[in-house]
Design a protein around this ligand. Sequence first.
Ligand code: GRF
Length: 204
Amino acid sequence: MSNLAVFVSGKGSNFNAILSSLKDSSNKIEIKVIAADKECPAIKIARKNNIPVYFISLKSKDGFVNYNELIKIFMDLDINLIVLAGFLKKIPDNFVELYFNKIINIHPALLPSFGGKGMYGMNVHRAVFNSSAQVSGATVHFVNKKYDDGKIIAQRTVSISDVKTPEEIAERVLKIEHQLLPFVIKKFTENKIFIENNRVYIHD
Ligand code: GRF
């Protein structure tokens, strides 16, 4: 059984794509909990699906838990895979260490290009557009102690040779994200993801 924790900060379309993918999967995967840094549309999706939500903050704030409290919650839920789905905050180093190679992130570009601090949402697609790149895509990678720097697990490309705006890139890449993230989660659940010589291999 894969017990997932999903971190969100925004619309929750990736979270929703994971939920939809679970409807056809042989319920070996369950989203046990949502962590969010703020109130956002993704929370509505969690509430509608009766998934517990915890608001997470580094500072002590009413109605929020800190990362040590979140670790206790995750231990009690036997969380074994953590998915950052549009989460914009950096995960603290001790949390990354504790869940080493168990935290994955979806990035809306082909890392290692167009990644790093500040590269999120439309910032990414504007940079790709202005670079004159002819392809873009999405990346799922392990989370380490630096933004968008962990080992790449999977990537999928899309042609952007005919786009006229960064928004068109965003739209095409988001569709890719919604396929790629559930694909990687399923492979995790099937124990088909391996690391060798600093590269990640996904077995059929
Ligand atoms: C997505 O483009 C994702 O790649 C990035 O945040 C954006 C919004 O995601 N990390 P969502 O709609 O909140 O899932």
